[in-house]
Write a protein that binds this ligand. Structure first.
Ligand SMILES: [Zn+2]
Ligand SMILES: [Zn+2]
Ligand SMILES: [Zn+2]
Ligand SMILES: [Zn+2]
Length: 280
């Protein structure tokens, strides 16, 4: 039964004057505001039956656009080349004065180099040459960002990587414990499960949630091909991703999030490794 007297009147008049089966056009409106209503044989009738406000319900393309974009490109963030500091000290502890003096130039500094052994990048104070390989953080590897099957967005190598190579710096906003706690609370309220924080210590946390680089897209693996290392470069604490093995072009780049510096909400792991712990 039509819901309003006006519609029922109109329909009756239509039925009397025109044989509906002879009409070429009819308008089926869905969702109809009129329960049990048949097709409308008149454009005015069709518009009358349109649910209001129809613009919001039927023609809002934003959710569709958003859904499409979530497949074609990762959610936006501000790209950073270097860390941005919300803390006074750019070092997680006391800066260590280090320079190697027994490395022979022009040889590069090997394992026994006093700088390398404590994860400090060689500097001008060192006796080694400018070609010394113990100066990571100077050139990052070419990396691609791709959509993965189970783990959201991920990073892949776009060039061959040798074992021990510096791959990329974990860059973001350096925040203290109090600010970190605030942000974690906001995250919980937003029910945001994408976690981009890395804790160096309680008052030196690098947060790449809003600003960062491609390192944000490295996924966790229980059998990773890279690892995160804490280095000191010219008195600043910097986190670098280094490869644990040779990596071919196109291979996914991963590190172990449960490395003591990482923390956050527990999520399921889909890394596919034989030793996968199922959670991270
Ligand atoms: Zn050196
Ligand atoms: Zn050295
Ligand atoms: Zn040195
Ligand atoms: Zn796993």
């Amino acid at each position: 039964m039509p819901a309003c007297a006006q519609c029922s009147l109109h329909q009756n008049r239509m039925a009397e004057s025109v044989d509906p089966s002879k009409l070429m056009k009819s308008w089926s409106i869905w969702p109809s505001t009129i329960e049990g209503a048949g097709p409308a044989y008149d454009i005015e009738e069709a518009f009358r039956r349109l649910p209001l406000p129809y613009a919001d319900q039927e023609f809002n393309i934003d959710p569709i656009k958003e859904e499409l974009e979530s497949v074609t490109k990762p959610p936006p963030y501000v790209h950073l080349k270097h860390n941005v500091y919300f803390v006074k000290k750019k070092c997680d502890g006391d800066a260590i004065e280090a320079k190697c003096s027994d490395c022979d130039p022009p040889l590069t500094c090997q394992i026994r180099c006093s700088c390398r052994s404590v994860s400090i990048s060689c500097s001008q104070a060192c006796k080694c040459s400018n070609k010394c390989t113990n100066r990571p953080f100077r050139r990052e590897k070419r990396i691609g960002v791709v959509k993965t099957q189970h783990c959201g967005w991920g990073a892949i190598a776009l060039e061959t990587i040798e074992e021990g190579d510096f791959v990329i710096e974990f860059v973001g906003e350096v925040i203290d414990g109090a600010r970190c706690e605030e942000r974690l609370q906001d995250m919980r309220q937003r029910r945001d499960k994408n976690f981009y924080m890395c804790k160096v210590n309680n008052n030196f946390i690098i947060d790449a949630t809003f600003r960062g680089n491609d390192c944000r897209f490295f996924n966790h693996s229980c059998r990773p091909n890279c690892q995160l290392e804490n280095w000191q470069v010219s008195g600043k604490t910097r986190l670098g991703v280094f490869s644990l093995q040779g990596i071919r072009v196109g291979e996914p780049l991963t590190y172990n999030y449960s490395f003591e510096q990482h923390f956050g909400p527990q999520t399921e792991c889909f890394c596919g490794a034989e030793n996968c712990r199922g959670k991270l």
